[in-house]
Design a protein around this ligand. Structure first.
Ligand code: C5P
Length: 233
């Protein structure tokens, strides 16, 4: 079975993106497309990344607008049949519910608090208190509004799981195999730690895509996850 990994295809162009996706597709469940590629190529990039494989496409477009506008955007995106679409939980209950209603076959994943914001930056945008409190509050609001998934740091996964229960997919970026370059990610966890904390889908980009052989890197992390899962079973 393909490993619960969403490979972040943050490629400079569609040719590179297609090469990375076809290398990793045999080993992972999902490929993730962000704004950079989507704004340049649009829906074409989704078809290109699928490339006739069974890999799921996660559209990380982080929608945030008034409910009617998000509903319209989500309706258009739903035609591309992504498995997951992100919205900002801070857009509020009605906005999240509008996305859920407009894209019924896509899991709407709410981004709680961007991991790039520390407590001082959060206070700057009017959210006082530790980021974990904000993440918890937004997670509960998003789930009540119908979100089926949450994007959070691996460090928050256990707390959010306790808050929202077992039925919600927790998606965690900031994952680095032991010894890998952290790049610009500050608070990281290994794939095994993220799974143990309750994550269901691990977003991993550069440790796979920037490896000399992305297919081999994906296969090796997938094998490590399988070992960790069978050890804990
Ligand atoms: O290369 P790396 O593994 O750091 O890629 C992580 C991916 O997850 C990137 O596409 C990044 O935009 C995304 N992401 C993140 N932190 C968040 C939300 C998304 O790193 N809080």
């Amino acid at each position: 079975m393909a490993a619960p990994i969403a490979v972040a295809i943050d490629a400079p162009d569609i040719e590179t993106a297609a090469r990375w996706a076809s290398a990793v597709a045999p080993h992972v469940s999902t490929v993730k497309v962000g704004l950079e590629l989507y704004l340049r190529y649009g829906p074409e990039v989704v078809a290109t990344l699928r490339g006739g494989t069974k890999v799921s496409v996660f559209l990380d477009l982080k929608l945030h607008d008034i409910p009617a506008t998000v509903a319209g955007a989500a309706r258009n995106i739903a035609r591309l049949k992504p498995s997951i679409l992100t919205v900002h939980a801070a857009g509020g209950r009605d906005m999240i519910a509008a996305a859920v209603e407009a894209a019924p076959d896509t899991a709407i994943a709410a981004v709680t608090v961007l991991t790039s914001l520390d407590d001082a930056a959060l206070e700057g945008v009017g959210m006082r208190g530790p980021s974990l409190d904000a993440a918890r509050r937004l997670a509960v609001l998003a789930v009540e509004a119908g979100a089926k998934a949450l994007v959070c740091s691996p460090q928050e996964a256990a707390s959010l799981r306790a808050e929202v229960g077992p039925g919600i997919t927790l998606i965690t970026p900031g994952v680095r195999p032991a010894g890998a370059d952290k790049g610009d990610q500050a608070r990281v966890a290994t794939p095994e730690q993220a799974l143990a904390a309750g994550a269901d889908l691990l977003v991993i980009g550069r440790p796979i895509t920037r490896a000399a052989d992305p297919g081999a890197a994906a296969a090796s992390i997938a094998a490590a996850l399988r070992r960790a899962e069978s050890a804990s079973a």
